[in-house]
Design a binder for this molecule. Sequence first.
Ligand code: CA
Length: 528
Amino acid sequence: MIRSILASLALAVTAGAAQPPNIVFIFCDDLTCQAISAYGDKRKLLETPNMDRLAKEGMRFDRCLVTNSICGPMRAVIQTGKYSHANGFYNNSNSRFDSSQPTFPKVMHANGYQMAIIGKWHLMTDPVGYDYWNVLPGQGAYYNPPMIDNGKQVKYEGYTTDIIGDLTLKWLDQRDKSKPFMMMSQHKAPHREWEPPTRLLGFDNDRVYEEPETLFDSYSGRSKAVSDHDMGIDRTMTDRDVKLVTPGNLTPEQKKEWDAYYEPRNAKYRAAVPAGRDLVKWRYQRYMHDYLACVKAVDENVGRVLDYLDKNDLTKNTVVILSSDQGFYLGEHGWFDKRWIFEESLRTPMLVRWPGVIKPGSTCEKIVSPVDFASTFLEIAGAPPMEGVQGRSIVPLMKGETPADWRKSLYYHYYEYPVPHRVRPHYGVITERYKLVHYYKPDVDDWELLDRQKDPQELKSFYNDPEYADTVKELKAEILRLQGELKETMPPPRLAHGNKAFEGEVNPPVQPKNKGAGKKKAGAKKQE
Ligand code: CA
């Protein structure tokens, strides 16, 4: 270890050009590919020129797939390079990150990198391995957010996405310029309840958005687990979600601007409240305005960071990565939220610019995953790999080379149930063409086989089709192989805590080993 530190320092102090690359990791919460114009969604929901710049000058990964489509767990996966069952952070309901385990920031830091994290953290214990951290407690607020600045409670006035942008630029400016750095600029947006900045209210001039073809999915021919959800635009979306209620934490000035936009439109709604399908259609339009305005604010702040790198001669030696903790439903299957193994929430955006290494305007269709990020960051930094990781570095793919043994399948496992969205636990395997998924608890025991080639919208299960019998057999064997390789015991040792349906078969939650650090909460509030 000491030798590698010395090597890194030697690299840093000799020729300036030899300094290892900086990394700017811009990470969002619930940002989905359909909302980024570089991904070319047919609805053309939004123009994101700054994110698109990363795709144009770098590489667009088309199948970056998460291993557990939910916020906190994917953040733990990124920190550790390990699956939820291996890092102990299964769900948002009761998991706390055991920060005594090996994480990539600790290794980067030990190898001479300045590490900073700003914005959404959501791992319930304080960040470890960072020179500077300033994070939102729990989910954080869209306006006037309290934050925790290296352990000290602070409060800011303004719009959180812009504040995270400001703090990111401020740290970049004040950092020790003799060392390489990694900046993790992590937005709260566009998480529920999708509160836009007042400056962007009405940015779309009351555009009528095209609806997804599956907005009124009947869920027929699939497991009860799919139809019996609680994340529908029809059944789950609240008045707060659709801004029929004004957030309570706005300043008088913010409230004035907020109400000036929403009130006349809400008055029109109240004068003739729609019902049934019309209500879904109305909510979908409001949802799109709000969600996309939040994304637009993120895109503007991506632009500010890229400008800063340009102006400070950092572009050439800085790898910029944009990603999200998972994808999201923008009305597909009648849903908002995430969680499922289905494509919209399984696939997360990943755009990478690395001048001189990545060919501008390139794309990659290989299956990569945030479980690979830790190994990737370490290889970029020239730091030694971490032992026990379950992902592998994506750097060869960035260079346009596909290792012969690159994965052809990925294992997935989602645990959180029944609250908040009644998505039953499921695991499965994903290949380029298929997904085999097993809903196994508590009141269903169903398998589904999805064929993306024949049914890209994933509206049908082919599990019982005799023509697919061999495929099912092969994929079941693949699941067993992956569970063995990843050392996952079934049934899982711990599921959603407090769920009566699981009582008697669930071990008590594992306590974090570092009790001292564990007591100090970065976020006390339990939310989805
Ligand atoms: Ca999320």
